[in-house]
Write a protein that binds this ligand. Structure first.
Ligand SMILES: C[S@@+](CC[C@H](N)C(=O)[O-])C[C@H]1O[C@@H](n2cnc3c(N)ncnc32)[C@H](O)[C@@H]1O
Length: 356
């Protein structure tokens, strides 16, 4: 359920109905559901989809409450997943894009309950016709069945956030720019349908390689954006086993991709190790996430980063203010004894992890 919460901080500017569907399922409380319900155009299909959307929101809220109270046991999980399976039988016949979105969402929700209640891994969940966010098949099926309109987790380059360190409101891009040089070779992990790379390109950062686990998504992005964005590339790669050369990027950036691997610690740790490997010495990891600093630093510990700086902010979403973090970690310029000596002779701001 934790992973599902990550759908919550979606850019308020998101233009298509897709994110709204996800947000509705994952975020709105019952009173807001009622409010939204009043605005729904009444029609048979719309009504049916609306009822299913409410059901998914209720199941999600129940599962979260039970999980957090440590009472998501087998009986409770069966009750919730049976309700979802019933909804999916109806959704399987739906051809509208909203129906398709709900169908995927229900199966992600059901899969996450299996994970939380029974400790199932990605494959065990998949045998029950459900999905987990760390399952590559989910993303391929999802992108194959939904449209390509831009959709951002947590927001994009121009998303306004209230930053706690200096009590100012500034766009996410303004924070990222502090760490980017126009000539930097930038690797974007799990680009998805976000328009962050495109906006960075237009802001002058044009050496960008986007990778994702969904080949159909990448093909569609490349044919749509490739001709107008020379220098930008899209490659199929698994972030946990990248085919990129070691020390080949100045910056590795990710938004929500590590979060989608959160329930699969093996894949997550491999992704951190691979990020460290492909960065050159002195290069930066920029992680945009709702995972707080302490938890992310704990996850990053094995790689011996020189230090990390974290920016904490709040973004406004349809369902209220949400946390947004930008964690920036620097890879040491040299390794072993030389690094140790260098760091003692020339302490840099990065030598000590600090929070801005
Ligand atoms: C939560 S979405 C975030 C998408 C985008 N970065 C954004 O901010 O909207 C996670 C993305 O990571 C991709 N992904 C998931 N697992 C991956 C893996 N092992 N390797 C590469 N990409 C992966 C998914 O296909 C999806 O596009």
């Amino acid at each position: 359920i934790d992973s599902l919460q990550t759908w919550r901080g979606i850019s308020p500017k998101a233009p298509n109905p897709t994110p709204r569907v996800f947000m509705a399922i994952c975020t709105v409380g019952p009173w807001l559901q009622l409010l939204m319900g009043a605005a729904v155009v009444v029609g048979r299909t719309t009504d049916a989809l609306h009822r299913i959307r409410s059901l998914l929101a209720d199941v999600e809220a129940n599962a979260k409450e039970l999980f957090e109270a440590g009472s998501l046991d087998a009986a409770a999980a069966r009750g919730l997943t049976d309700a979802l399976a019933g909804a999916e039988r109806k959704l399987a016949k739906e051809t509208s894009s909203e129906g398709q979105e709900l169908y995927f969402m229900s199966r992600i929700l059901r899969g996450t309950i299996y994970q939380q209640a029974f400790g199932f891994d990605d494959e065990e969940v998949a045998t029950r016709d459900a999905y987990t966010l760390s399952n590559a098949r989910f993303w391929e099926d999802y992108y194959n069945s939904t449209d390509l309109a831009a959709f951002d987790w947590y927001g994009s380059w121009d998303t306004e956030a209230a930053w706690l360190e200096d009590r100012t409101t500034a766009q996410l891009g303004a924070v990222l720019q502090r760490y980017l040089r126009p000539s930097a070779a930038i690797l974007v992990l799990g680009c998805g349908r976000s328009d962050l790379s495109e906006r960075m390109y237009r802001a002058g950062y044009q050496n960008i390689t986007n990778i994702d686990i969904s080949s159909s998504l990448l093909q569609r992005l490349e044919s749509r954006l490739g001709p107008s964005l020379p220098g930008m590339s899209w490659k199929w790669m698994n972030v946990s086993a990248m085919s990129a050369d070691s020390s080949s990027f100045d910056v590795v950036m990710e938004k929500g991709t590590y979060d989608s691997l959160q329930e699969n610690p093996g894949l997550l740790q491999a992704a951190f190790a691979e990020t460290f490997r492909v960065l050159r010495g002195g290069g930066l990891l920029i992680s945009i996430t709702d995972t707080p600093r302490d938890r992310r630093l704990e996850q990053l510990r094995p790689e011996r980063w020189q230090g990390c700086v974290s920016h904490s902010g709040k973004i406004d979403t349809m369902t209220g203010r949400k946390d947004l973090f930008v964690h920036v970690c620097r890879k040491p310029t040299s390794t072993g004894v030389l690094n140790w000596l260098w760091r003692r002779l020339f302490p840099s701001p990065w030598a000590v992890s600090r929070e801005l």
